[in-house]
Design a protein around this ligand. Sequence first.
Ligand SMILES: Cc1ncc(COP(=O)(O)O)c(C=O)c1O
Length: 405
Amino acid sequence: MPRIIKAAPDYLALSPIEFGRHITNLLTSKEFELTIEGEKYTRVLGYSCRALFDTCMKYFSKEDLVVVTTPIQHTSFRNIIEKYVKPENIYIIKLNKSFNEIERIPEVKKCDLVVITHYFGQDIDLSKLVNFKKKHSCFVIEDRVQGGTMDTLTSHEIVDIPIYSMGMDKRPIALGGGFLYLENKHKKIIEGIVKITKTLPQEKTGKRFKELLKKIPTYLFYNSRIFVAVFLELLRVVTFFNKKFSLLEFAKMYRAKNPGFDRETYLSKPSKGLLKSMYRHLDDYKDMEVLFAKKYSYFLEYLDPEVISYFLPWQRGEGSLSVYNTLQVEEQLVDQFLEFLTEYDISCISNPTYKVFNHDYEGKEVDVKFNNGIVYIPSTPNMNKREIRFMADRLKEFYDLVHNE
Ligand SMILES: Cc1ncc(COP(=O)(O)O)c(C=O)c1O
């Protein structure tokens, strides 16, 4: 009999009261600045991480913009780069097999921007780009949404613009919004980015209100153990009568119909209500990091080293701050793996986040293979030790199954 794990592939680190506050924040009439100047850095706030990235790209855009970038990106980042840069001007950094180190930086005559995406709750070491940056005097932007600890504003001193999301399941969380940092000395760029943001249509309060209401079932799925347990019991009855309907099918359908973010209108200016929510939570990342690291370390403890290197080839050290519990299996085994977990009522989903670029480049097939093998399993913060152990045991079982075949 499958044992129910009452956790979904996501977790929203906020209490029901906080959830309610995001709704009441919409009543504010207060004006909030889009910038917060600190001693050395200015924080620029935007409607989302992708909106800020698009704004940066717009600011830097020119006829022959050359970008050097990591091979897989959040879908929105991939699309934004392709929107502003000709395919022949997008050069791909070769990462090592585990996708946690830079192996080769492409040779280019000139480079305007380097765009780095960090993966799976860790930072990629950017030391290898130090000389490259000196040589080309390029700007370095990083997507640190799934990167390492926010105790440091950037992953490395060569980074000029780190970008963060405050979206649905991110750290810190405001159910929307994002921010970036720039050194105060880049006054012109800060003003440029703010100017572009101010020209964007402002998010309507009513729209945010509707979106927050629509997130209530998602919140219950991701955060309420009782809700998930009851749902899984009901699902069991339904699947008994209709074999075509499974947890896997439901998870796919639900995520497709309820994306974490509205993809069409991301180029917006945040509403006052969203800004209020962001201002209240801008620095609330530490508790989340502690919780994610603690729970994830239990998960690692229960896994044998060979199982870790099979499913988590990128794993360095003890923890991971990833908000998504991400694994890697061989591309051709993804469907089998998802069905295997579904048999145990473990909700899972194949890579909903990352994409490779559309143009051809040397070594693309390796990146495609890696990207196709990414799977999300339940996120650990909402799980108890018994459930985490149960999930770890299932990974071992699958590992033995495919290695003994
Ligand atoms: C790695 C990564 N980058 C960027 C984003 C986009 O963030 P936002 O929804 O704030 O635009 C996400 C969202 O899931 C992400 O996971």
